[in-house]
Design a protein around this ligand. Structure first.
Ligand SMILES: Cc1cc2nc3c(=O)[nH]c(=O)nc-3n(C[C@H](O)[C@H](O)[C@H](O)COP(=O)(O)OP(=O)(O)OC[C@H]3O[C@@H](n4cnc5c(N)ncnc54)[C@H](O)[C@@H]3O)c2cc1C
Length: 418
């Protein structure tokens, strides 16, 4: 059965699919989202949102709703336990420039809020709809989905694959996911434990050749995230048996804790060789996947979705040249290769570095930032680089004001810019 779904069909109701759907719907584009699972995933993944993400959430009208369900993180901790070093960099150095805090909450919260706002604008989100085949011609693209009631063919003018790192869309188009997969495995655990009493800040790097980790608060009910690494050649099925030994490094004996969830992840640095094939486009992890050290995965994916929604809406509604979508592909690939992937790889290396000289060099850099607010500002401004070129001078994103959402009247400033 062939069903016309309108302008855009998005595959994947992860955070990028749902935020992109909302951004398109706010431009008056008709959007349907299909998702293989029965609901939005609760898996423990992204949970720290830096200023550039918060600015996008503000522009989309989601920031207040997300903030209500989040904790404000106001300092980063940098720990090198065997050097006896515990440094703190406070977000307050960013006051007057942009947000002087970041938001912490599970990505399922952001995705669900985006879904609610999108549905209010008429976006249809169809769960239990798994993409299995794709075709396209000069005017439209057709997705075949498996549903509990059988197969359906859904036609739209454009299709966006936001179906994660193992993207079916990307595989059906036979687009290479070029890059590499790391040998070690990440284990993301959500745990009730008061890490603030153990010397940790809201978000922390723990650098150690054996026991590196990222630790961050998730909510104000005592839930924290402890993500550590282990050798990827160890059997994945028995990772829980090894967990107590890992935990022992971060949580002193006798400290009460209760694990809420634990998930092992294989981690990649990979980018699709193109984000466009005719009428089908890629965004989010389907387009580019990174290790999570430094929280740049969803940060980059969200901005790919924002630039794509803007350029695609211009093609649909303003008769913009479709070549703009090739520029989307080129620019987002550039951001991944020049910004996201090198930074996340550097963070990962620093976390697990074994060479003593290199460790001292890494530490000197962080010590300098902890001692000098000007250097700390440079360090904390880094995630803004993932925004990249917004590709259209009259894009809603072209005059992003990093201070606007932090309290200054953004509309007044926008009219000054106009
Ligand atoms: C441990 C960990 C911690 C992280 N922390 C951070 C962080 O703090 N900050 C940050 O910015 N990033 C972080 N990330 C990265 C972040 O989680 C991802 O970048 C983000 O999930 C990408 O969102 P997405 O919507 O592109 O893909 P996904 O979240 O993977 O969603 C894809 C969706 O597509 C659906 N789907 C798949 N195949 C099909 C199909 N055939 N048909 C229909 N639907 C399909 C899936 O069911 C899924 O719902 C972290 C990742 C990990 C693993």
């Amino acid at each position: 059965m062939m069903i016309d779904t309108g302008d855009v069909l998005i595959v994947g109701a992860g955070p990028v699919g749902l935020l992109t759907a909302l951004a398109l719907a706010q431009k008056g584009v008709s959007v349907t989202v299909v998702e293989a699972a029965e609901g939005v995933s609760d898996a423990p993944r992204a949970m720290v949102y830096f200023a550039p993400t918060m600015i996008a959430l503000h522009e989309l009208g989601l920031l207040d709703d997300v903030a209500r369900q989040s904790v404000e993180g106001r300092a980063f901790g940098h720990h090198v336990p065997d050097f006896g070093v515990h440094l703190k960099i406070e977000n307050s150095v960013m006051a007057g420039i942009t947000f002087d805090y970041q938001l912490h909450c599970g990505q399922d919260i952001v995705a669900r809020i985006a879904q609610q706002h999108a549905e209010r604008l008429g976006v249809r989100v169809l769960f239990n709809h798994k993409l299995v085949a794709l075709t396209q011609n000069a005017d439209s693209a057709i997705a075949t989905v498996q549903t509990p009631d059988g197969a359906r063919d859904l036609r739209a003018k454009w299709i966006i694959g936001a179906d994660g790192a193992r993207s079916t869309v990307r595989q059906l188009l036979d687009i290479e996911f070029a890059g590499h997969t790391w040998g070690n495995r990440f284990v993301a655990t959500n745990v009730y434990c008061d890490f603030s009493t153990l010397g940790y800040q809201a978000a922390n790097f723990v650098c150690d050749p054996t026991y590196s980790a990222v630790i961050a608060v998730i909510d104000n009910k005592g839930l924290w995230r402890l993500t550590y690494q282990e050798d990827g050649t160890l059997p994945v099925d028995s990772f829980m048996e090894r967990l107590p030994e890992r935990y022992g490094f971060f949580i002193p004996q006798g400290t009460p804790f209760e694990i809420a969830s634990a998930n092992p992840y294989t981690i990649h640095q990979r980018c699709a060789t193109t984000l466009r094939q005719g009428r089908i486009l890629l965004a989010g992890d389907a387009a580019h996947a990174t290790n999570p050290c430094g929280g740049l995965g969803l940060t980059t994916g969200l901005w790919s979705g924002m630039i794509l929604s803007d350029t695609l809406a211009a093609v649909l509604q303003e008769d913009a040249d479709e070549a703009l979508l090739d520029r989307y592909s080129d620019e987002r690939r550039r951001i991944f290769h020049e910004v996201t992937s090198p930074a996340a790889s550097r963070n990962k290396r620093m976390l697990e570095e074994a060479d003593p000289d290199q460790r001292r060099q890494d530490l000197a850099m962080v010590e300098a930032a902890a001692a000098d607010p000007a250097l700390a500002r440079i360090m904390l401004s880094f995630p803004f680089k993932v925004i990249g070129d917004t590709l259209r001078p009259d894009s809603r994103w072209a005059h992003i004001d990093p201070t606007g959402p932090a309290g200054i009247d953004i509309s007044a400033r926008k009219s000054q810019l106009a």
